[in-house]
Every structure is written in structure tokens, then in C-alpha cells.
Design a protein around this ligand. Structure first.
Ligand code: FES
Length: 101
């Protein structure tokens, strides 16, 4: 199964593209030559994230995460917590969320 997230051309070279995802949101971005899609959900209390100084930073209490690995860098999110990445695949000129394939 698959679900289209966005067109590849719409993914910015810096920063993120925020796309709707079944009533929630996902940050889609390029990092270290790879396209990633991370849920717009902090691992502390679920606050929304924003891209700031090359990190994904929670707007509620300031937890920050490495956009490449998803690792928590600092802040109140639990040590060892990581961003929730979606499994994705590039199909032609679109990025799809894929599952069960
Ligand atoms: S909800 Fe993100 S740091 Fe608290």
C-alpha cells in the first residue's frame, strides 16, 4: 500500500515541507543526501516541531532533535527518544509513504 506525501520538486533544499498526514502532519526534508519524513510530534508531550538552525525544535518546551538520525539532542523529551520516521519511497516525481510492501 502507498499514500502520496508530496511531489519531489516541492521538497526544499533547506528547511522542511509540512504535509498533512491522515489528520496529522509530517515534516518532509532533505538531509545528508536523503529524503526523510518525520512526524510533526515531539517525544515529550506531542508538541509541534519547527526547523531551526538545522534541528527540529519543539515549539512547546524546546526539546531538539537531529533531523538525520532523529535522536533527541536536548530538552525534556526522554533520553534515547527519537523522532518517528515514516517509511517512504520515491516513485517517479512523487514521494510516497509505503507500508506492508
Ligand atoms: S512537548 Fe516538546 S518539549 Fe515538551
Amino acid at each position: 500500500m502507498k499514500h502520496q506525501l508530496c511531489r519531489i520538486d516541492d521538497i526544499p533544499e533547506t528547511g522542511t515541507l509540512l504535509v498533512p498526514f491522515f489528520g496529522r502532519e509530517v515534516h518532509v526534508y532533505k538531509v545528508q543526501g536523503r529524503i526523510r519524513a518525520a512526524a510533526n510530534t515531539c517525544l515529550h508531550f506531542g508538541g509541534p516541531l519547527e526547523c531551526r538552525d538545522g534541528r527540529l525544535v519543539c515549539q512547546w518546551h524546546g526539546a531538539s532533535f537531529d533531523p538525520a538520525s532523529g535522536d533527541r539532542l536536548k530538552g525534556p523529551a526522554p533520553k534515547g527518544s527519537r523522532l518517528m520516521f515514516l517509511s517512504t519511497r520515491v516513485d517517479g516525481d512523487v514521494l510516497n509513504y509505503v507500508w506492508g510492501e
